[in-house]
Design a protein around this ligand. Structure first.
Ligand SMILES: [Zn+2]
Ligand SMILES: [Zn+2]
Length: 319
């Protein structure tokens, strides 16, 4: 009954091939029907950890923007206040900004207002439970800055890793990648690209574009008027752009020239947004010079931009 005489072999082989084919087809179908990951895994929002500038404004911490994708956070710049604002966001129910999740940071440029929170970002979450070394991406010079910070806190590191305090072996040793324009990061549905910003004489200042399965977020960093950024920000859901109030900037002072080459006026932001057409324009790193949020928005509107616009405050969430 079960012998396999030579004459039957081709038949059996054919049967095996057919069965294998059916199994493969069923497997492929199962793969194609595999339920997509829970959309919450990729749900993207932007949390303002700091909307500020070098000004020591108690209401606006130094610049730091979190792009939250599900339970992951990608933070852009490390202004002073970054860790406490992240904890405040976590306390408001955003687990992606809990201390043990603060592990991925992108620096736009090395001006102190954007980097004074670096030691805080490197050490505080470690002391508070982060077990993975933080990843820091930034312009050339970032590695040297992080090396100096690590050396400056070497006594603290040694103390915490020995004796009664015994902090985790991992979590404080930042892994730095110095970037060039182009694709700088890609991981589980998140792509981050960078272009050079026009920030005065800075050779390497970056703007970033974050593409997730459900959103495109563009962060200008500090920049003067940049047609390249307008192009880079096309089809963005959220464009976060720095700005200064052109009606209140003191043109009689020498720093008017400085602001024009390093930063973007309300009229120029209107032109950038008119070209890029983001679904939402968020003004941040606002140099008010006495203007209010409403006046800043009014200036952009008067300059011809009629899309959705807000003037960011710390802990605002956009999604
Ligand atoms: Zn700045
Ligand atoms: Zn700057």
């Amino acid at each position: 009954m079960h012998d396999t005489r030579p004459g039957q072999r081709p038949l059996l082989t054919m049967f095996a091939v057919v069965v294998a084919g059916l199994l493969l087809a069923a497997h492929a179908k199962a793969l194609s029907q595999e339920p997509a990951k829970d959309p919450a895994h990729y749900r993207t929002s932007v949390v303002i950890l700091g909307a500020g500038t070098p000004k020591a404004d108690p209401e606006r911490s130094g610049p730091a923007i979190a792009v939250v994708v599900g339970e992951r956070s990608f933070i852009f710049d490390a202004g002073p206040g970054i860790v406490r604002r992240a904890q405040a966001a976590a306390d408001r129910g955003n687990p992606a900004l809990a201390m043990n999740r603060l592990d991925t940071l992108f620096i736009t440029h090395l001006h102190s207002d954007h980097t004074l929170g670096l030691p805080d970002f490197i050490f505080s979450p470690w002391v508070l439970g982060r077990e993975r070394n933080p990843r820091i991406y930034g312009p050339p010079g970032t590695a040297r800055m992080v090396d100096h910070i690590t050396a400056a806190w070497s006594e603290d590191i040694a103390m915490r890793r020995s004796g009664l305090q015994a902090a985790k072996a991992l979590g404080f040793a930042a892994e730095v990648t110095e970037i060039a324009p182009g694709l700088v990061f890609e991981e589980d549905g998140v792509r981050i690209e960078a272009i050079l910003a026009r920030h005065g004489k800075w050779v390497a200042a970056f703007s970033y574009r974050v593409t997730t399965p459900d959103k495109i977020v563009v962060i200008s960093g500090d920049t003067g008027f940049s047609p390249e950024l307008a192009e880079f920000a096309k089809s963005a859901d959220i464009l976060l752009h720095e700005v200064f109030s052109s009606s209140t900037v003191d043109r009689s002072r020498n720093d008017a020239d400085y602001h024009r080459s390093f930063h973007t006026s309300t009229e120029e932001v209107a032109e950038i947004a008119r070209r890029a057409q983001p679904k939402l324009l968020v003004l941040y790193h606002q140099l008010f010079w006495g203007a209010s949020d409403a006046e800043l928005i009014q200036q952009v509107r008067s300059a011809g931009y009629d899309g959705a616009i807000v003037s960011a405050r710390d802990l605002d969430v956009y999604s």
